[in-house]
Write a protein that binds this ligand. Structure first.
Ligand SMILES: [Zn+2]
Length: 126
């Protein structure tokens, strides 16, 4: 059976397409479920080992979806420090490439960008 949305071949009894997450049959309703993500600062234990981490909440709880390369930061990331900005930007770009959409609403700190991504259900698994 072929997915009408993306053309992927799926098992005959699949409820949802494993690739795009769309329902495979008219009697299966589409669920709009999102996983969310916020950028957090991870202070390192040694100089030069701090990083930004993409802390996501998905179907199975909290997980780290990606980390920036490490930088030197003793206290808190500095919005005027070019190194800190570049490390954050690289992580943001990688998340966008991985299908995350940026959410205009942000957390309290300048690096607390938020994202969301549509969950893909595999073969109707709950
Ligand atoms: Zn599909």
């Amino acid at each position: 059976m072929l997915c009408k949305n993306c053309g992927t071949q799926a098992p005959e009894r699949a409820n949802y397409c494993w690739k795009c997450g769309k329902p495979m049959r008219p009697d299966v309703k589409e669920e709009q479920r999102w996983e969310t993500l916020e950028i957090v600062f991870q202070p390192g234990s040694t100089p030069g080992s701090s990083c930004f981490a993409a802390k996501a909440i998905g179907l199975f709880g909290v997980y780290i979806s990606g980390e920036s390369s490490t930088f030197d930061c003793a206290d808190r990331p500095d919005q005027l420090n070019k190194d800190h900005i570049v490390k954050l930007d690289n992580l943001l770009n990688r998340l966008i490439e991985a299908g995350w959409e940026i959410n205009p609403e942000r957390g309290p700190e300048w690096w607390n960008h938020r994202f969301r991504r549509k969950m893909v259900e595999k073969n109707g698994r709950r």
